[in-house]
Design a binder for this molecule. Structure first.
Ligand SMILES: Cc1ncc(COP(=O)(O)O)c(C=O)c1O
Ligand SMILES: N[C@@H](CCOP(=O)(O)O)C(=O)O
Length: 533
């Protein structure tokens, strides 16, 4: 066991009955030596920091961070067998005995339903909430393999049994939680509004969080000689970008099915550049999804869509991260744009695990926001959760959520019903205006985040979300991937849309007088955008 020091924080192991919100935080992780609660308690996971003796010196030139981590694991005798996880049917009753090892290739339960990953909660509960909070906090901001990743800093709750050597990570996660001060104040009269920028990430979307987990497990399966010749997905552009990047980094073939002419140029070029085998198919996302399911049932291609519950284990860490960024305080609301509907469940699962393991004492209310042009969940919610009907999704600027038959519908309904959740929708004009308004306050968000902001505006206007409610809007992709939608908006080139917040450039001749004229008009607040100077 490592010794306590400024740089080598061993982990505190406080009482099992913490007063959750009043427990002091370790802002500077000078942590105490852990005390087992009983003789039979397993040795606790460490934060992976090197022992004191090595800290003054850099690791030797011929050692990389994986070698270094391996050496420290061997020296500390770290035991990974404490924790485990397996596939079980999603929402199975207590009598169900059906389960599968994560080393099996299985996407569906025997009855054809969804699967979920179940952790050995009893083993995790041997450590109290304060212990886990301190452990996770101690790993932030380091380059220790693999804990420098926001996902793998929660490894015991994600894929506890994977060998760190098999992990494929770009140190994803730990994304900015942005205080939307001006947007909140100016447009909503809110003072505690936050945007979780999951799109400021390796491939520009939250998909990196799930893909690091899935591709790591594939890496392991291939080492175990399981029949996996490549990994495939259907995509509206972000899953394919993440899949191809993580596969390329591990040297694993990737195959992506894209709906022709329905994703942005920036998204299309991502898998092309990363060397994926790209199929542009003359159908929509739902058509691609059907095809990839059929193909992966026939060929040894591993399915990377969120139907595969491995993905959600990574995505749930964004929820844990939000709590961590609030010093383990719980926001009132979290708003997530929904398409194939894996992410809303991932958020629920992350929050719920934190509650069950004593890190927090409640979970936020969840809102799922859909584009009105692709709104099967919204219609289902409005019908009082009566029979679900898939829809034919129409074209939307929020193209990554143009999905009419979401594979995770059951997971989404469960998440919303168990979080006192709400579903909202946004028309094209609403989502584009919300995006433009947010951008005008210094953000540069994607249209999907515009959908989520529209939901916020509607719930705020109805008085459901209060002015002082701490609210987090999840931004799911980088705005730069969707620059064309902003160009269309600011050029006022969208049929039947007023584009009321458009800010087109002013055409001006290259002479001093013209430039002075335009600036005077501007400074006197009357520069007409259409005038040619
Ligand atoms: C940018 C973006 N936002 C939101 C979503 C919706 O996530 P989910 O499919 O998990 O509902 C997706 C993908 O579907 C996406 O790519
Ligand atoms: N927006 C997604 C759609 C597929 O979602 P997934 O989470 O099931 O992979 C994409 O970018 O492809």
């Amino acid at each position: 066991m490592a010794t306590s020091s400024l740089f080598n924080p061993t982990i505190s192991f406080p009482s099992r009955n913490p007063k959750l919100q009043s427990t002091p935080k370790f802002r500077n992780p000078i942590l105490r030596i852990p005390k087992a609660t009983s003789d039979s308690s397993p040795s606790p996971p460490t934060n992976g920091s090197p022992p004191l003796s090595t800290l003054k010196n850099r690791r030797s030139a011929d050692e990389n961070i994986k070698d270094e981590a391996r050496r420290h694991r061997a020296a500390s005798g770290e035991d990974r067998s404490n924790f485990s996880a397996k596939y079980v049917p999603f929402n199975a009753g207590p009598d169900s005995t059906e389960c599968y090892s994560l080393d099996e290739i299985v996407y569906r339960s025997r009855s054809g339903g969804l699967l979920d990953i179940q952790h050995d909660m009893e083993a995790l509960k041997k450590y109290d909430g304060a212990y886990w909070r301190n452990l996770f906090d101690s790993r932030v901001g380091k380059t220790t393999w693999p804990y420098g990743s926001g996902v793998w800093s929660k490894k015991e709750w994600v894929l506890p049994e994977i060998d760190p050597d098999d992990i494929v990570s770009a140190f994803e996660g730990n994304s900015n939680l942005f205080w939307a001060e001006r947007f909140g104040k100016q447009f909503l009269g809110m003072n505690d509004l936050w945007v979780k920028h999951c799109g400021i990430s390796h491939t520009g979307s939250f998909k990196d969080l799930g893909m690091t987990v899935l591709v790591s497990q594939v890496n392991r399966l291939r080492k175990l000689k399981r029949p996996v010749v490549g990994v495939g997905c259907a995509s509206t552009g972000d899953t394919s970008a993440a899949l191809s990047a993580y596969c390329a980094s591990a040297g694993i073939p990737s195959i992506v099915f894209l709906p022709a002419n329905k994703i942005s140029m920036a998204q299309l070029v991502q898998p092309i550049a990363n060397g994926a085998f790209v199929l542009s198919i003359d159908t929509d996302f739902d058509g691609c999804m059907k095809l990839i399911r059929e193909v992966t049932a026939e060929l040894p291609i591993y399915l990377a869509n969120s139907l595969n519950s491995l993905r959600l284990e990574g995505q749930k860490t964004a929820a844990i991260e939000i709590l961590q960024q609030f010093d383990w305080g719980v926001p009132e609301w979290v708003i997530v744009p929904g398409g194939n509907l894996g992410n809303i469940y991932a958020f629920y699962k992350g929050f719920k695990m934190c509650q069950e393991l004593g890190l927090v004492d409640r979970i936020p209310r969840l809102v799922c926001a859909q584009a009105a042009n692709a709104n099967p969940l919204y219609l289902h919610y409005k019908s009082g959760w009566k029979d679900f009907k898939a829809v034919k999704a129409s074209s939307t600027f929020a193209s990554a959520i143009q999905i009419g038959d979401p594979v995770s519908i059951d997971r989404a309904v469960y998440a919303l019903q168990n979080s006192n959740g709400i579903v909202e929708e946004a028309t094209e004009e609403e989502l584009m205006d919300a995006m433009a308004q947010a951008d005008s306050t210094g953000m540069f968000i994607c249209p999907h985040t515009g959908v989520a902001l529209t939901a916020l505006i509607k719930l705020r206007n109805k008085g459901i979300i209060g002015p002082t409610d701490r609210t987090v809007v999840v931004s799911t992709a980088h705005g730069l991937k969707f620059a064309q939608s902003k160009i269309d908006y600011h050029s006022k080139e969208i049929p039947d849309m007023a584009c009321q917040f458009a800010n087109p450039p002013v055409q001006v001749k290259a002479d001093f007088g013209s430039v002075m004229d335009v600036l005077k008009d501007y400074l006197l607040n009357k520069a007409p955008k259409s005038k040619v100077y």
